[in-house]
Design a protein around this ligand. Structure first.
Ligand code: FHN
Length: 456
């Protein structure tokens, strides 16, 4: 073959081998089965959600105005233009940020994974993105890669590191950065408002940013998408993104908001032809009964995801512990939110609740981690969880007469208090219930766990 022809063939072969678009690095990691991949997440049960960004400086307030709802929506709710809002990333300098301290508070609370807002709707990235200067390294005086520091701290502590990423971007002109004065209009108010350049944002900005998060920060346990509701974003984009992620890190888990149309209680996609990622994401609510597939309820401790000092509507520690039990008894995970302030501090009210939950999970974690949903209807006094041939009765309302009445179908071998395994409790099976003789006072308020070793 003439040299010229050979050269032409060589050039053609080279061109065919070059990936178009974003170069994709194929992982060499062993691809687990779905059950193997979900195993750690199903056992973990309890994670920390962290909403942190430039909005954490604003605290939901502008002059006399206080943003309704979540303070992480300050840019929209307090009517900032893109230019006005850019002042806040330019002053983002949370010198009290201590990743190890944050991770310790999560771990001591009994949380097994952390999901941090790497980029919320405001568009400001908490990592050193090469796709954008609107990030903590180029725009902010802080010049520390928050995602790097937190991922390293998580790895050191054995906590699974996960990232939240907003599909919605109120700063990027090819997303919703062109919609002042109402960034919300293209989301909930008027889905007919679209940006014809959104596909370019998706291909040339969003995907490269997601690739950065999955390439530069070690193993990513979960990519937690949000903002799926905008009409610019399609199920096809979601499927492309899901496959893109799994090619870079095959065993990363992706929530259902990678797709569109999550609805109602279960946060699952109910529309035909839509896929629902790997788990459902009911928000600020707990399904009344379990859901057939994997699911995680995400919830705030007060009424806001982002830091908002005016929001003093804090859930009690007792309520949060009961919510954890309720969720696990229905087969779900609990992703509980912290909104650190603009200095990098967790609010004191949040720390108090984390410590109270840690005291409870330390004593009762056996009945939570790795446990499965209750095999019985929820009893009036509390909830059941189960692990192998052990049933756990989590008692919220302690019986005043010292007689705990369990489901009549329970066949038991031994009944004890989880925190006092050496003392067998008297239990009697009748035709209508199993009655257990318990102490007059609840030994481990707010939720005492009775351990029931089941007979075969
Ligand atoms: O708009 C966001 C909101 O700010 C927050 O991030 C929650 C957390 O799941 N998700 C969206 C509202 O559904």
């Amino acid at each position: 073959m003439k040299i010229v022809n050979r050269l032409v063939v060589l050039v053609l072969v080279t061109l065919l081998n070059v990936n178009t678009g974003v170069a994709q690095s194929k992982s060499k990691v062993k691809k687990l089965s779905d059950d193997e991949r979900m195993a750690w997440w199903r056992d973990a049960k309890f994670g920390m959600f962290i909403h942190w960004g430039a909005y954490s400086i604003i605290g939901g307030e502008r002059g006399t105005k206080i943003a309704g709802g979540g303070a992480e929506w300050a840019m929209d709710k307090l009517d900032y233009t893109v230019k006005d809002y850019e002042q806040f990333p330019k002053m983002f300098n949370p010198t009290l940020f201590d990743a190890d301290a944050w991770v310790k508070m999560a771990k001591d609370a009994g949380m097994k994974y952390i999901v941090i807002t790497s980029k919320h709707h405001e568009g400001f990235a908490l990592w050193d993105s090469k796709v954008s200067n609107y990030d903590v390294m180029d725009t902010a005086p802080f010049k520390r890669d928050v995602i790097k520091e937190l991922s390293v701290a998580c790895k050191k502590a054995g906590i699974i590191f996960c990232v939240y990423y907003s599909i919605v971007d109120w700063h990027h002109p090819q997303a919703q950065g062109n919609l002042y004065p109402n960034y919300n209009i293209a989301q909930h108010d008027d889905p007919s408002v679209v940006n014809p350049e959104f596909p370019q944002y998706f291909k040339n900005y969003m995907k490269p940013q997601v690739k950065e998060l999955l390439t530069n920060y070690g193993d990513i346990g979960v990519v937690w998408f949000d903002g799926d509701w905008i009409s610019d974003y399609t199920t096809e984009m979601g499927k492309e993104l899901y496959n893109f992620i799994r090619e870079i890190q095959p065993n990363t888990i992706v929530n259902n908001r990678v797709d569109k149309g999550r609805t109602g209680m279960d946060g699952m996609n109910n529309k035909p032809g839509q896929f629902a990622g790997d788990f459902g994401t009911p928000e600020q609510e707990i399904p009344d009964t379990g859901i057939a597939t994997d699911w995680e309820a995400c919830m705030t401790m007060n009424g806001t995801w982002g830091y908002k000092p005016s929001d003093t509507n804090w859930k009690s520690s007792e309520d949060l512990i009961e919510k954890l039990v309720d969720i696990v008894s229905k087969g779900g995970n609990f992703l509980l939110n912290i909104g650190p302030d603009g200095f990098g501090r967790f609010p004191a009210e949040s720390i108090r609740r984390l410590e109270a939950m840690g005291q409870w999970t330390k004593k009762n974690g056996e009945a939570i981690y790795g446990a499965s949903a209750s095999p019985y209807e929820k009893p009036k006094w509390g909830r059941y969880t189960k692990k192998g041939d052990v049933l756990y009765a989590h008692v919220f309302n302690w019986p005043k007469d010292g007689l705990l009445k369990l489901n009549k179908d329970i066949k038991f071998k031994k009944v004890t208090l989880l925190t006092n395994p050496g003392v067998a409790l008297n239990a009697l099976k009748t035709s209508s219930e199993v009655v257990v003789d318990v102490p007059m006072m609840s030994p481990d308020a707010p939720v005492t766990v009775v351990k029931i070793e089941l007979a075969k």
